[in-house]
Design a protein around this ligand. Structure first.
Ligand code: SF4
Ligand code: F3S
Length: 107
């Protein structure tokens, strides 16, 4: 089992999640974070920390967000590890809650 970062992280990237992860399994792209499913220990600590409510357990993914499981795995293999919180993206508040931000995902 793993937790998964979903659509609403895109263009926000608040990074509160990385501070609580005991195994440092978050990876950072230009405008999105992902979780490495092979490293996640399913502790659930990150889920309530995300201001954008973008993190879900893989068995509780909302309808339409299922593709993010594979996307997290794919991008975690490619992006660098992130272990410390940083400022969110400049327009995070404006983007928070918009639908289908995946079209803006920068890989
Ligand atoms: Fe890290 Fe736990 Fe979140 Fe997995 S569930 S990404 S181990 S904080
Ligand atoms: Fe993204 Fe939420 Fe973390 S917006 S960077 S999953 S705190």
């Amino acid at each position: 089992m793993t937790f998964v970062v979903t659509d609403n992280c895109i263009q926000c990237k608040y990074t509160d999640c990385v501070e609580v992860c005991p195994v440092d399994c978050f990876y950072e792209g230009p405008n999105f974070l992902v979780i490495d499913p092979d490293e996640c220990i399913d502790c659930a600590l990150c889920e309530p920390e995300c201001p954008a409510e973008a993190i879900y357990s893989e068995d509780e993914l909302p309808e339409g967000q299922e593709k993010f499981l594979e996307l997290n795995e794919e991008l975690a293999a490619k992006w660098p590890n992130i272990t410390e919180k940083k400022d969110p993206l400049p327009d995070a508040a404006e983007w928070d809650g918009k639908a289908n931000k995946i079209e803006h995902l920068q890989k």
